[in-house]
Design a protein around this ligand. Structure first.
Ligand SMILES: NC(=O)c1ccc[n+]([C@@H]2O[C@H](COP(=O)([O-])OP(=O)(O)OC[C@H]3O[C@@H](n4cnc5c(N)ncnc54)[C@H](O)[C@@H]3O)[C@@H](O)[C@H]2O)c1
Length: 262
């Protein structure tokens, strides 16, 4: 059985990815902060939501465990990696989907604790995940097919006003993935990312609030497909990247954005 560790798995894109991989027979360690972040004015995924994801996977005959961890904390991520290896014998895919948003004002007016949360979770959190989890991917015997995957954003390539720290973090993730791909070289482990467009999750609802829009549906008009994406549509591409058919891809930042970045 292949083994995946997914951060941000309590809801949204991370939860959808956990369900898709579990449905394809993967064992999934579903990792999330599972608590609110005092620096941010909107709720994070809860412990109850994380449990529900795992319960649903099991009810559908899949294999999953929940694990509460903050991606800003290297020791907690090391424990999560150790848990996956102990429980299922190794690690084959690591997917960093945990993320937060804040802004709504020019960067220089942003409360410093919100700037820290955006940079520390969205960028440092993925760097931490790479540091703590890639060695486990490399502990698999050759020939390897390990996958390190991150969730960047259309904000990695577009300059979005009032979201400067978020844009900085997401383009940092893209740079990290490109460099990791080269560092991993011929190891058999690859590094790729997806860059979602406006996807119907609580982060998008918070983005709408930051822009004083009535609700997240307002973002549909900006996207050439003229609708919001479903988290399952982003998860489908992450599941493809986690699987054997993406073996020729490394260092790719794949837009899954309904054309938003065009
Ligand atoms: N929804 C969109 O439109 C969109 C677009 C582009 C990129 N993204 C990215 O997709 C990823 C998933 O976001 P989503 O849309 O599913 O939003 P979401 O808010 O539904 O999910 C994010 C999850 O990350 C968790 N999390 C937050 N801080 C954490 C921490 N410090 N440690 C561990 N877990 C933490 C939250 O509890 C939550 O469950 C994020 O990286 C986000 O930036 C989303």
């Amino acid at each position: 059985m292949k083994v995946a560790l997914i951060t941000g798995a309590a809801r949204g894109i991370g939860a959808a990815t956990a369900m898709q991989l579990a449905g394809q027979g993967w064992a999934v360690l579903a990792v999330d902060l599972a608590a609110d972040d005092p620096a941010l004015p909107y709720p994070m995924g809860s412990a109850a939501e994380l449990s529900t994801v795992v319960t649903e996977i099991r009810q559908n005959g899949g294999t999953a465990e929940e694990f509460a961890a903050d991606v800003r904390d290297r020791a907690q991520l090391a424990e999560a990696v150790g848990e996956a290896e102990r429980r299922w014998g190794g690690l084959d895919a690591v997917i960093g989907a945990a993320g937060v948003i804040a802004g709504g004002v020019p960067l220089w007016e942003m409360p410093p604790e919100q700037e820290d949360a955006v940079l520390d979770v969205n960028l440092r959190g993925v760097v931490n995940l790479a540091r703590m989890a890639i060695p486990a991917l490399l502990r698999r015997p050759e020939p390897r097919s390990g996958r390190f995957l991150a969730v960047a954003s259309a904000a990695a390539t577009r300059g979005l006003p009032q979201l400067a720290a978020y844009c900085a973090a997401k383009s940092g993730v893209a740079g990290l993935i490109r460099a990791l791909a080269v560092e991993l070289g011929d190891s058999g482990v690859t590094a790729n990312a997806v860059s979602p467009g406006s996807t119907d999750t609580p982060i998008l609802a918070e983005s709408a609030r930051l822009y004083d829009l009535p609700d997240a549906q307002a973002f549909a008009a900006q996207q050439p497909v003229r609708r919001l994406l479903d988290p399952a549509e982003v998860a489908a591409v992450l599941a493809f990247l986690a699987g054997p058919d993406s073996s020729a891809m490394t260092g790719a930042i794949v837009p899954v954005d309904g054309g938003l970045a065009l």
